[in-house]
Structure formats: structure tokens, C-alpha cells
Design a protein around this ligand. Structure first.
Ligand code: AHG
Ligand code: MN
Ligand code: MN
Length: 335
């Protein structure tokens, strides 16, 4: 007889099982996560054949089927937008690839509870060299009344108001990780059945790790405090928890995913020429800050908690320091 308790839960099964603990829940969040999972699977298929672009046609050209070949980040944007528009849980979206938010103007969407902000393809500079890339998303309960069309105040909420946040990493295997206030769980795509399966239940970020991740090329444009901390990382030895190792992929999703699992710190500080840093608050930093805090870690802009920043515009940037709690406290002592 089959041993049911050993069955691996799929993403859908998992979110539905979570609902059982909340008899009053409507299942809308499960629906939204299912929509995101579907878009992720479609993007995964395209990401996996990105190397074939040169023989099937470059972005901006026409492929062998006579269709326009879109850049992968535009393709990914359309997949996530389409899945959320057709689902019944999302009243509107905002994305790195679109200047303004889109409020879905049909009766079902206007009555939906959530809005979603995302970076459809993060690390897209790495696509053509076959290095891991990702998708990042944050979900908010809307601030406006259900039944009305969503508006900017739904999208400009501080990150602490997220009800869920997650990312997909298209790596040596494809994983979807998402957090609610109750925990962080990771699902690996099983290509044989086309489902995300629970592989990393209840992820916690180790309090200390050995990895620091930063773009060293910018070293002389960082503040003195940041430079001092990087020096301290390089001087670590057995006597004080080291030696540390430096790892920087250049895809935030992959870099922070690794540090979340293994323990570590990731930094994208402001520089003398770009004091606000590079990363976007709403759809890059807030989702990761939420996930990291639920997993026991910390995320700041060097002065305050990322999740407490009151956003003013959709695409605003912020410096980011994120990772293991103990390492973040070490960093803070230098800033
Ligand atoms: P995107 O591809 O969405 O524009 O984001 C790339 C980001 C992030 O993933 C990464 O950590 C960072 O850019 C790398 O920037 P540098 O090359 O300046 O280090
Ligand atoms: Mn990005
Ligand atoms: Mn992007």
C-alpha cells in the first residue's frame, strides 16, 4: 500500500493544506500563488532554451515560425501579467518592465483582494552566458476598497505590509521560494510532472555564515563604513569566525538565495556617483527583506529597516544590506 505520509506535496497541495488551518480564509492567496507558479513554468521553458536564440532568431528579429522574438524580460513580464490578469485574485500589478502600474478594470479583478509587484527577470545581463537568473514578487492586500479599481496607494505601501513575497530561481534546477508571515518554504520544479514540489520546508537563515557578497569593482566608491566592513570580512580568520569567502554572481536572486540557505550577507551599497544604489525598493528589496526577516535574518538600507521605508515612487532605488542576523549586526557596528 502506498505510504501517503511520504508523498511529496506540490505547491498547490501545500497552499491548500495551509488553508485548512484558517477556516475563514478564502483561498485567494493560494490562487494567486498558483497563477505565479504557472507563469514561472512558462518562463522556465523559455529561459532553458535562451542559448538557442542565436540559431532561432535574436530578440527584436523574427523567428523561424515568423513570430517576433521578444526580449526575455519582456516575455517574462507578459507571462506574469497574463497569468495575474486572468486569475481571480489580483486587482492590479506593477513591474520593472512597465513605467506605471496596471489596474485590471473588470468586475472580477476589481473585487480581488491583492495587488502584486514584480521584477519579471532579475539578473537579465546573465542570460546570454547561461548563468542563473530569477523572478521576484511581493503581494499586498490592497489599501483601497474591494470593488473599486486599484490605485497608486495600493502599490506604494511599505514592505512590512506584504502578505506574501517570493522568488523563482532558474538555476541548475528551478525553484520557487515564498514566504508568508508563518514561514518560508521552497519548492523545486520536478520537470517530469511539471509541478513545483516542496523540497525546502520551513527555511531558516543561519545566524552566521561565511559568505559576503558585494561588487568589489565599486570598492572605492563606497562609504568609509562599508569599506571598513569589507576590510574586516577579508581579515577574518579562525580566531573570529572566519575565514570568509566572497561570492558575487550578479543575479541578486541567486546571490541572496544562496546566502539565505547557507548563511551570509549580501550588499548593494550606495556609491559616490549613485548614492541611492541600484536596486529597486518595491520589487527587488522589499520582497527579499520580507523573506529574510521571516527566515530570521535582517535587511536594512544602512540606516533603517527596508520594510519600514515609505515608498514615494514605483521605481525608486535604495541601498541594500541583507542576510544573516549576526553578520548584519557586525556590519551595523561599522556603519
Ligand atoms: P535586473 O537584471 O533586473 O536589471 O537586475 C540586476 C541587478 C541584480 O540582480 C544584481 O544583484 C545587480 O543588478 C548587479 O549589479 P552590478 O553589476 O552593478 O553589481
Ligand atoms: Mn532586477
Ligand atoms: Mn529585471
Amino acid at each position: 500500500m502506498e505510504n501517503i505520509s511520504r508523498k511529496v506535496l506540490t505547491l498547490d497541495e501545500f497552499t491548500i493544506q495551509q488553508l485548512r488551518n484558517f477556516p475563514s480564509a478564502t483561498g485567494e492567496l493560494s490562487g494567486l500563488l498558483r497563477d505565479i507558479g504557472l507563469a514561472a513554468k512558462r518562463v522556465n521553458v523559455e529561459v532553458n532554451k535562451a542559448g538557442l536564440v542565436d540559431i532561432l532568431g535574436d530578440a527584436g528579429s523574427t523567428n523561424v515560425q515568423g513570430e517576433d522574438v521578444k526580449k526575455l524580460d519582456v516575455f517574462a513580464n507578459n507571462q506574469f501579467m497574463g497569468a495575474l490578469r486572468h486569475g481571480i485574485s489580483c486587482a492590479g500589478i506593477a513591474s520593472e518592465e512597465m513605467d506605471d502600474y496596471i489596474a485590471f478594470n473588470d468586475e472580477v479583478s476589481k473585487n480581488s483582494k491583492y495587488v502584486c509587484l514584480f521584477d519579471p527577470l532579475d539578473g537579465s545581463g546573465n542570460i546570454d552566458v547561461n548563468v542563473s537568473i530569477g523572478t521576484i514578487f511581493g503581494v499586498y492586500r490592497r489599501a483601497t476598497t474591494q470593488g473599486e479599481i486599484a490605485s497608486s496607494q495600493d502599490f506604494l505601501q511599505p514592505g512590512r505590509k506584504q502578505v506574501a513575497a517570493g522568488y523563482i530561481v532558474y538555476g541548475s534546477s528551478t525553484m520557487l521560494v515564498y514566504a508568508t508571515r508563518r514561514g518560508v518554504n521552497g519548492f523545486t520544479l520536478d520537470p517530469s510532472i511539471g509541478e513545483f514540489c516542496l523540497s525546502h520546508p520551513n527555511i531558516k537563515c543561519p545566524e552566521f555564515g561565511k559568505i559576503y557578497s558585494v561588487n568589489h569593482g565599486n570598492f572605492f566608491r563606497y562609504s568609509e563604513g562599508v569599506r571598513n566592513y569589507i576590510d574586516a570580512c577579508q581579515k577574518k580568520d579562525k580566531s573570529n569566525g572566519g575565514p570568509y569567502t566572497q561570492r558575487y554572481i550578479g543575479s541578486m536572486v541567486s546571490d541572496v538565495h544562496r546566502n539565505l540557505i547557507k548563511g551570509g550577507i549580501f550588499m548593494y551599497p550606495g556609491t559616490t556617483d549613485k548614492p541611492g544604489g541600484k536596486l529597486r525598493l518595491l520589487y527587488e528589496c522589499n520582497p527579499f527583506a520580507f523573506i529574510m526577516e521571516v527566515a530570521g535574518g535582517k535587511a536594512t538600507d544602512g540606516k533603517q529597516r527596508i520594510l519600514d521605508i515609505q515608498p514615494e515612487t514605483l521605481h525608486q532605488r535604495t541601498p541594500l544590506f541583507i542576510g544573516s542576523k549576526g553578520m548584519m549586526e557586525e556590519l551595523e557596528s561599522h556603519l
